[in-house]
Design a protein around this ligand. Sequence first.
Ligand code: ADP
Ligand code: MG
Length: 616
Amino acid sequence: MSRIALLSEEVASQVAAGEVVERPASVVKELVENSLDAGAGRVEVRIARGGASLVRVVDDGCGMDRDDALLCLERHATSKIRSGADLATVATLGFRGEALPSIASVSRFTLSTREHDAISGTEIVVAGGRIREVRDGGEAPGTSIEVRSLFYNLPARRKFLRAENTEAGHVEHQLHLQAIGHPGTGFSFIRDGHLVFQLPPAPALRDRIRDLHGAGFLESLIPVGDGPPGPVTVSGLIGKPGVSRASRVQQIVFVNGRAIENPAINHALREGYHTALMKGQFPVTFLFLEMDPALVDVNVHPAKREVRFRDPSLVREAVTDAVRCAIENARGSWNEAFRPGPPAISPAPASAPPEAYPETPALIPEREQRVLRGDWSSFSPAPAGPAASAAGYESVGPAAPAAGYESVGPAAPAAGYENAPDSAGGFRILGVLGKLYVLMENASGLVLVDQHAAHERILFEELRRRMEQQGVPGQHLLLPPTIAVTPKDREWLLGNLGTLQRMGIGLEEFGPSTFKLDTLPEYLMGGDPAQTVRDIIDELRQAGSGASRVRMGEDVIATTVCRHAVKAHDTLREPELVKLIEDLLACELPYCCPHGRPTMIQISHAELEKKFGRRV
Ligand code: ADP
Ligand code: MG
């Protein structure tokens, strides 16, 4: 007797359903995609008990005639492609012709549909994949699909469903994706009889995001796009530097209108943000990539979540460049808030002038001051003259010389903050909170600056600039320590001696498993030099071993170095604070430290007024 038999249609559909229908959210995804492909202007999604008991999707799309309504329940029945060649140019969300029969095979399923110009519609009732009834229906034009008792005939699958809240959460996330991907379509979501959201058709992505997440959230985003036209265009909105999430939930990327996950894009985003993203955090993105469908294979995953790019590096570069540009451009709006001129609201009456700043002598340690100041003259070997002064901070900002560190000293009068120049840099320092947060006023309102984060950013950019130019000068150690290394460390070190040298760390091979440490940069002096260098090597290696190693470069190194360089809890005096802020504002990326933490928090006049109940 032969052992092989063809599976019945019913069983084959159930097998296919295993891939396409994982949970209620997958049903919602497939049905909503069909509605969008049908040109719906509005889609209503209703679920009950997390979707396990009911998912209903109603649209006002093109609808189907009776023949199509019957045919769409057959496996591999689709109106979206006709030949294998069409696969290379799919512009619709669906194309597999599998979703409806799969869903119908694992639920109690009712399809009601009517074309716009038809006198009556069709209603088909299916249970476990078998058509039970076909009748005329008088519903509104469009399509309504009702899926009840999901997996009722697959108890093993049903057991895998999570708590109602979890499943409903997945459904809602799925709907967010679709709503963001298609702002022109109106969406409403009803859960257990309660309206969760109702989104009118929106003219643009910004409006859709405002409707979904509120105006405050929209303010935390910056626009991407307007780059040179190329094979891949990138547009949308992304989080400002310092805005991030602990997971990828809001890292949303569409390729030709389809929400997808792709490791190359994940890396590209990280790379684009670079130091503007906190370690272990994920960017917030609503990014839209458009490209010739022939450049992307969507037929990789049954649920079409993944795609494969013909040329991943092309896509990676486009995304990285777009994000980097967006972050650079955003700097302009920040600077707006610091433009010189009178603040929007006149400062509070000086009824009680702030106390003179306490005369604490502890400042930034002398050597860090020099780094900050760009004064490397005392370092040996001395850096090349003209280049050094070009990169020095003296050249930064119009007010720099006046507020430079030179004026600081025991003899400097303990100036009250009200004397601070409020027009030079477009800010006025009000005081320091807890020895750490600088409070200031700018055109937009109140600004809090994390003194240490600011310091780190300034040092980081300074060191990076130096490494790109003549390299950071190293100081010769009187007693060069030796560092024992493992064979693997040795190999890594030999390959990176040049880079380390540019950081001012001079190492020389000294026997088969030993290196001699000849020089250290000034900012790393103090402590145990051998241990410091060993720590740095470990960190660099870690940074370099990640799969995303696109830029095992000087910035990573400077980041690492900075972490070692800035530790002190310093009390700064007013002119130094002014200088610190001016230097910070002159940075390329002033609003976050090299580890992506924010350096400044702006609290706008509007927010303050709201807090004090002056406006609602
Ligand atoms: P696919 O979307 O991959 O073509 P489906 O099984 O999801 O496969 O749907 C089969 C066909 O049914 C679609 O190609 C489409 O022609 C039709 N269809 C499904 N849903 C709708 C809808 N909401 N409105 C109009 N036609 C629909
Ligand atoms: Mg489909």
